[in-house]
Design a protein around this ligand. Structure first.
Ligand SMILES: [Zn+2]
Length: 238
């Protein structure tokens, strides 16, 4: 039986020695290639930090979006970590990552971090991060209507012992909502054949009819991308 003052340390020990499954992440297993973002430049250009950057810097979004990823990371590092103290939740997150990886956090830490990340393989890095985080498995957020993901799913090589798939519904619901808006008669007219989509309709309804045909006639491998789901998501959610 634990006494009251032993409870804190018992809970701490149990949490420290228990592996967790993270059921909602935006991580991807290595097979998904460029969809899985990692490294210091990707961390620094996370959209929370970009928003903070625009509040703290004279750089306009137009100027910022013309920069390369590396230049964006440089600008954010300078504005939020060198010229200002990293005290917000997002900037402290970067410092926490650097500390967890035993990397320096001073003004010149960006170059050290780049050097560190360039020496890591993705598999090696995943192993290290899972261990530090005390996580055994993660659940991805998958959108099979995204052409980049489709390639991986159609190849059938997405199996990874620690990365589990989950279906992201946004785009499917968008399609369903838009189909409902067009209405059944409109669809009937356009359903007559793939490729024979009503040319008189608006580009949006043509695109929807093609998406519908692709879903109905099997397979998602249709060139028509209704929404740029991933970008849309990255700008809006965490
Ligand atoms: Zn999310």
């Amino acid at each position: 039986m634990l006494t009251t003052d032993q409870i804190d340390s018992a809970v701490e020990q149990t949490l420290a020695s228990t592996l967790f499954v993270d059921i909602h992440t935006h991580l991807f297993s290595p097979t998904f290639g460029k969809l899985g973002l990692w490294g210091i430049d990707e961390l620094l250009t996370y959209h929370y930090l970009e928003a903070e950057f625009f509040r703290s810097s004279k750089t306009t979004p137009e100027q910022y979006w013309k920069l390369s990823k590396r230049e964006r990371a440089d600008a954010i590092w300078r504005a939020l970590f060198v010229e200002n103290s990293p005290i917000s939740e997002s900037t402290r997150g970067i410092i926490a990552v650097l500390q967890a990886l035993d990397l320096p956090t001073g003004a010149s830490a960006l170059e050290d971090a780049r050097e560190f990340f360039s020496g890591q393989s993705i598999e090696q890095h995943i192993g290290k991060v899972f261990e530090i985080a005390g996580v055994s498995d993660v659940v991805m957020t998958n959108d099979p209507l995204d052409p980049e993901e489709q390639r991986v799913w159609l190849n059938g090589d997405q199996d990874h012992a620690q990365f589990h798939a989950v279906l992201r519904l946004d785009r499917i619901l968008w399609v369903a909502k838009a189909l409902a808006a067009i209405g059944e008669p409109g669809l009937r007219r356009r359903r007559e054949g793939i490729g024979k989509v009503d040319r008189g309709g608006s580009p949006v309804s043509r695109c929807l009819a093609q998406a519908h045909a692709a879903v109905v006639y099997g397979g998602f491998a249709n060139g028509c991308v209704l929404l740029s789901g991933r970008q849309h998501h990255e700008q809006n959610t965490g």
